[in-house]
Design a protein around this ligand. Sequence first.
Ligand code: F6P
Length: 538
Amino acid sequence: MKFPRVNPTKTKSWSKLLAHKNNIKTLDEFFSKNQNRQKSFSIEWNKFFLDFSKTHVDRNILEDLVALAEECGLSHAIDAMFSGKKINETEQRAVMHFALRSNKSNTTKITGVDLKKLQQKIYSFSELIINGHKKGASGKRITDVVNIGIGGSDLGPKMITKALSHYKNNLEIHFISNIDGDHVFEVLKKLNLETTLFLVVSKSFTTQETLTNAKTVKNWLISKLGKKAISDHFVAVSSNPNKAVDFGIEKENIFPMYDWVGGRFSLWSAVGLSISLSIGPNNFEKLLEGAEKMDSHFLSSSFSKNLPVVLALITIWYNNFFDAQSEAIIPYSEYLSDLPSYLQQSIMESNGKSIDRNGAEVQYQTGNIVWGQTGTNSQHAFFQLLHQGTKIIPCHFIGYKHSLHENKEHHDKLMANFFAQTEALMKGKSRPQVEKELIEQGLSSDEIKKIIPYKEFKGDKPSTTLLIDKLTPETIGSLIAMYEHKIFVEGVIWNIFSFDQYGVELGKELANNILKNLKTSSTKQGSLNEELLKRYKS
Ligand code: F6P
């Protein structure tokens, strides 16, 4: 079965959707036409309730969006991924991160790896460290763990350990990703080497940032505790174990990674070792279970009732038919403060492509820009632009029914804002409403005339609202798997390859050349950065 290669703009449903867009109603009109709109345009699944009634979608539009997915071969694409076909054709690799959380018996057959054995290695190691049975070189209990990695080898574990900090144990987890030495030293200065474990996480084990940071830490460790201490303080996670051994890490301290897991989809693998150390194996298992539940939902639900599919279709609807350039992710939980930056990598590295699966340049918009911050902080930062700016920015609101510390007063206030913002974006505030308020405040008619345009909110701004029961290892597992599948669906429909990342290579090559130049006293004549380099070197 060949991975589909359909130009979405040449499908029947695309033309129908264009026609819908030309006659589009406002959200208010959609609501007044259908009193049951919230019931009709929502999906209830497990501990999730997705309300997408505040998007410019009605029955016919949804039907045509679903038809677009079908015409683009989404069912075939899903089968191809879940049966282990090499759908990452540009790198000739399968895409099987779902297998890492699967309890199905056929995963060993598909992946060729005994994943249960790998999980056991992660769990046993985590328990030894958590319980203090495996100690540092000088016999002291490990208290701190530092994950050294970047991109997918950093963002997922960092986001999840923060999201699940309520469930954490005695270990403190730190992250070093940037090659910025100032940051490295800021992290290290707080740590006691004798009680710190370093995880060097790099799928390729060639990444400049990770290797430079790991080398700095290794040299520091050797200078304080001697070379022998490396075996008690350094662990690697990599699909390139030879390089890890060359670096000085002992073979038994290396956890494997596989070429069929993309870096940005790897938190379920040994890349998630810091997560397992932070919340313990039982909670890590629940994280995997939650993700697997979402996999089953994705595989078995009809497209119109399928969370990742519907969310992907809404993104495509706004991206390709309303020219929306970006989407905002607004979680109403400080625990999820790293979710937007995690999704930036997974979404933008996956779908920021302009060549289709036939090798031709696409003639339509693909990957959207993703950004965001937690509510209510973001309300006091960028919501002005969302409400009264000139751009259309669909927002994803994520909130929880229950808080973790059960402070009802805080949670009610937080969630009142959560619901209010979706309403304000959609309903806006009309001129007559503003006028009435200003009259009540006693303003003169001249003053009212002057100020009224500035106080009007046009409304009709789309948003989706995801209400989840509670932030638990299981629900965050489901949430992340939902976004992973959403990315996949979008890539299938845009007819691009979502699983390579050649776009990040050029900058790395140039940086290496410039680095060579920085080590010499001469400044290369005619270089684009000649004047800047002169000043940097002087
Ligand atoms: O930024 C490019 C990238 O290849 C990401 O896809 C990846 O997550 C990151 O670098 C880190 O790569 P590695 O795990 O090989 O060090």
